[in-house]
Design a protein around this ligand. Structure first.
Ligand code: ADP
Ligand code: MG
Length: 266
């Protein structure tokens, strides 16, 4: 595994940092199949926390539970000490938790800047609300351009989203998430399907947007995890196999046996 030699670049939040996002005994059943099995997890304010685990381990389901897109069968989710699993997704967004999707959520026939303006206008990503308030577009452009600069897409603002590279689309998705002023940002496999150049770009971008925020990311690339994550949680068959400081968990024999030892994920 190449990750063992990668320097750990991010500085950790203090150990007494407040809990930003907490899962309490989360269970999610899909017609008898338990996709999430008693998951408890506390994400500290200011940390970058990676969720790793094999395909089908329940990582995306966990994100859906944390962000309110799925209701748990049992258990609770708390954001800055307040229960949120009872709230609809848009109200969770307003409380400061945003996610980007594993499946692209950009509108391909709109320009890059229009995509950001839609998001600024309509947190729920419903284009109808956007088109009914076209007069406000001009007011949104400067803010949209600032976000595009922040995610490295300033020069791409007039291009159609459909024409972006895979890596640029992920940059745009992160920009779209940033429109909601998230305090906690959930990123589901931000580097999936990318070549090494895109991976490096998105890794830097995640580190940058993590400043002053809490980030939880699902990530398969262990080199990216090594560069970014303060703490990691390993999921297996819907359960937490191990959770803790990156250096401790990656040396945990159960983790090596179950996930890291038999395959090169880097
Ligand atoms: P991961 O993101 O770790 O690859 P997922 O959370 O997508 O895993 O899926 C975990 C398990 O739950 C898989 O076996 C998947 O088939 C199942 N699953 C996910 N969503 C649904 C659903 N809506 N209905 C039924 N089964 C689902
Ligand atoms: Mg997934």
């Amino acid at each position: 595994m190449t990750a063992t030699s990668t320097p750990h670049a991010a500085s950790s939040p203090p150990p007494d940092a407040a809990t930003a996002l907490e899962a309490r005994s989360l269970v999610k059943d899909f017609r008898g199949f338990r996709a999430t099995n008693d998951v408890s997890l506390a994400i500290r304010e200011g940390e970058i926390h990676a969720i790793i685990g094999p395909n089908g381990a329940g990582k995306t389901t966990l994100f859906n539970l944390l962000s309110g897109f799925l209701k748990p069968t049992s258990g609770e989710v708390h954001l800055f000490g307040e229960r949120i699993d009872t709230l609809p997704p848009h109200r969770i967004v307003r409380r400061g938790l945003s996610r980007s999707f594993q499946i692209s959520s950009v509108f391909p026939t709109m320009t890059v800047r229009e995509n950001v303006m839609v998001a600024l206008q309509s947190p729920t990503r419903l284009p109808g609300q956007f088109w009914s308030r076209l007069s406000k577009l001009d007011e949104l452009a400067p803010r949209a351009d600032q976000i595009l600069a922040d995610v490295g897409l300033a020069d791409a603002h007039a291009r159609l989203a459909a024409d972006l590279s895979h890596g640029e689309k992920r940059q745009l998705e992160i920009g779209i998430s940033l429109t909601q002023h998230p305090k906690v940002l959930l990123l589901d496999e931000p580097t999936s399907g990318m070549g090494s150049e895109g991976i490096a770009r998105v890794t830097n971008l995640v580190r940058q947007v993590a400043q002053g925020r809490t980030v939880v990311l699902v990530e398969h690339n262990m080199s990216v995890v090594a560069q970014l994550a303060h703490r990691i949680t390993v999921l297996q068959y819907g359960s937490v196999l191990a959770s803790g400081a990156y250096d401790d968990v990656r040396h945990d024999p159960r983790v090596i046996e179950a996930y890291l030892g038999d395959e090169d994920h880097a």
